[in-house]
Design a protein around this ligand. Sequence first.
Ligand SMILES: *[C@@H]1O[C@H](CO)[C@@H](O)[C@H](O)[C@H]1NC(C)=O
Ligand SMILES: *[C@@H]1O[C@H](CO)[C@@H](O)[C@H](O)[C@H]1NC(C)=O
Ligand SMILES: *[C@@H]1O[C@H](CO)[C@@H](O)[C@H](O)[C@H]1NC(C)=O
Ligand SMILES: *[C@@H]1O[C@H](CO)[C@@H](O)[C@H](O)[C@H]1NC(C)=O
Length: 390
Amino acid sequence: MFLLLFFASTAKAQPGRTFDIRKYGGKADGRTDISMALTNAFKDACASPTPSKVLIPKGKFTLGQVSLKGPCKAAVEVQVQGTLVSKTDKVIPHSSWVAFQYIDQFTLSGGGMFEGQGPKAWGACGLNSYCKHLPINLRFDFITNGMVRDVTSKDSKQFHVNVLGCKNLTFLHFTISAPDHSINTDGIHIGRSSGINILESNIATGDDCVSIGDGSEQILISKVTCGPGHGISVGSLGKYQNEAPVIGVTVRNCTISGTSNGVRIKTWPASYPGTVSNMHFEDIIMNNVSNPVLIDQVYCPWNECNAKLPSRVKISNVTIKNIRGTSASPVAVKLACSSGIPCQGVEIADIDLTYTGKEAPKAVSECSNIRPRIFGKQNPPACGSPTTSN
Ligand SMILES: *[C@@H]1O[C@H](CO)[C@@H](O)[C@H](O)[C@H]1NC(C)=O
Ligand SMILES: *[C@@H]1O[C@H](CO)[C@@H](O)[C@H](O)[C@H]1NC(C)=O
Ligand SMILES: *[C@@H]1O[C@H](CO)[C@@H](O)[C@H](O)[C@H]1NC(C)=O
Ligand SMILES: *[C@@H]1O[C@H](CO)[C@@H](O)[C@H](O)[C@H]1NC(C)=O
């Protein structure tokens, strides 16, 4: 139903004028930085009173850091057919490589690639703070009614994609590609946004495939493959004051392979208050995932917190349904809720996860501060079941 609507609407939105970056001095010669050509082509497209298109044709183009900013007079499509290669000299910290900002009815398409040249940066990425300041491949800030389809983000220096303040933005046939040893390269990070869909996409990276931060509402992740990476994660939450609730995240019909986590919700102990509700994890295949299902309310990496005080983030209305496959660790399902605010309204149905390790233990589940309602098959036995080990 949704897809039908979507195809009908794209068929109708035929762009009027095309602004080809070659007309603005853009050259695929491996030397010319097309920053100015792209910025100027976008400016003209943005000023067009009828829907328009910026074209980056086939070929390999060098691109420095750019911000393409609306508001625009009409719908704008940026069609990337070629490969954009990030310029590596003079990286501005705290920033992005390519940012799209304040645009309504925006489309990024074309089958092309954003090549972030990450390997040149990851090597030096031993210090955490240095990594945090590397540019993000693609930033979407305050985009409304947007579509990102048929493009690839490769080897970002930091996060591949950051979504901030967006409403109704869909990623379709989007590809993220980076090796598992790339540091802090989250696939798509979403914050303070609503109506974000990630559909039929493929995410392989060194950190979370998708991470969902505070203020995210109505997030749908469907038919996505994830791995390598750290899985699909809500949080971490509770570390900062005044975080907005996370409401309505659905992960459905996905395959997660060789990752350190499958689906997880993580909140800091000794935290500020927060809310996570209406989470639905359904119809997911896990292939050799270390922590396939994980609620971790004592998330405290590098001992940066007082783990003795409970998290004050309230988690409620969670369904975990039809999760099948293999776990690379014996604890296939771990639900560690806050001792201060137990998880509420959690439903677990049809779990079938086996431990891949050769040595003894079968898969188990571990639960604390939670009393889920349990339906259907439970392998491993769910928390509270009489057969639960330990
Ligand atoms: C969401 O954005 C798409 C364009 O990508 C548009 O076709 C659709 O109508 C928008 N949906 C709503 C509810 O505004
Ligand atoms: C997703 O749904 C399709 C169609 O219903 C099905 O063929 C496919 O196996 C599903 N994938 C997963 C991972 O559940
Ligand atoms: C499963 O994952 C573990 C840990 O990540 C890894 O050591 C092992 O080689 C993987 N097994 C398979 C069959 O991929
Ligand atoms: C949780 O679900 C119940 C029953 O569907 C509903 O009444 C309640 O409002 C939900 N809570 C939240 C925080 O959404």
